[in-house]
Design a protein around this ligand. Structure first.
Ligand SMILES: C[S@@+](CC[C@H](N)C(=O)[O-])C[C@H]1O[C@@H](n2cnc3c(N)ncnc32)[C@H](O)[C@@H]1O
Length: 206
């Protein structure tokens, strides 16, 4: 069974469909099954703020904002080191320019959070181990209890794609969880079997 899933995962990923996927016309580097999981999480949690690191073209931010529109609640704060042209304008989306782990950005993010806010965080920027681990360390404190810290692209470095990537998001999650029992991997969020984020959906339990 897992061979079937991994084989399909490799087939799907390696033909780079994720580079040819759009939300309302905007490139969105996601597996649609993962977007459906986001929809379920957002509908359940009704977050006040969704923080996304790694904007790229803004397709995932627009998707998140569209779901917020449908439930009538929430804003999206998305961060990237570079600002691509023609990113979507949407009343629920705010863009920040800078590195997700820089003091300047972190101060700005914290400034926009109110104490009572329900916060969901999605890490989808630089997928190298050190950067993801640093993001996990700094953004985990912002996630509300019961909400999620989602680490994108834990599938690389052979889990099961891109076997030569080197240590990346999956290894950063493993390292983070060794020192942090506030979060647990929610494998129920892998129910569609194909996910780009295996073991990457971390629920804050305390
Ligand atoms: C995988 S893409 C994001 C894809 C987007 N979330 C989507 O689903 O369409 C990664 C993005 O992270 C950005 N990035 C790389 N290093 C970064 C950093 N240190 N801080 C913030 N963004 C970074 C890149 O410029 C790139 O646009």
């Amino acid at each position: 069974m897992s061979n079937v899933i991994d084989d399909f995962h490799k087939l799907y990923y390696n033909n780079r469909t994720w580079k040819n996927t759009y939300w309302l016309g905007i490139p969105t580097q996601k597996c649609p099954l993962d977007l459906w999981i986001y929809q379920e999480i957002i509908t359940k949690l009704k977050p006040d703020l969704i923080i996304e690191t790694g904007t790229a073209n803004g397709g995932s931010a627009l998707y998140l904002a569209s779901i917020c529109d449908l439930i009538g609640k929430g804003k999206v704060l998305t961060i990237d080191v570079s600002a691509k042209k023609n990113r979507p304008k949407h009343r629920r989306i705010n863009y920040l320019l800078g590195s997700s782990t820089s003091n300047k950005i972190l101060e700005e993010v914290k400034r926009r959070i109110r104490k009572e806010d329900v916060i969901l965080v999605i890490l989808d920027s630089d997928h190298r181990f050190d950067h993801v681990l640093e993001e996990l360390n700094v953004y985990s404190g912002l996630v509300s209890k019961g909400s999620y810290l989602i680490v994108e692209d834990t599938n690389i470095n052979g889990h099961p794609v891109q076997p030569n990537w080197g240590q990346g998001p999956m290894e950063a999650v493993t390292e983070f969880l060794k020192r942090n029992d506030d979060f647990m991997i929610d494998e129920d969020r892998e129910k569609f079997l194909l996910t780009f984020n295996p073991k990457g959906c971390l629920r804050k339990v305390k």
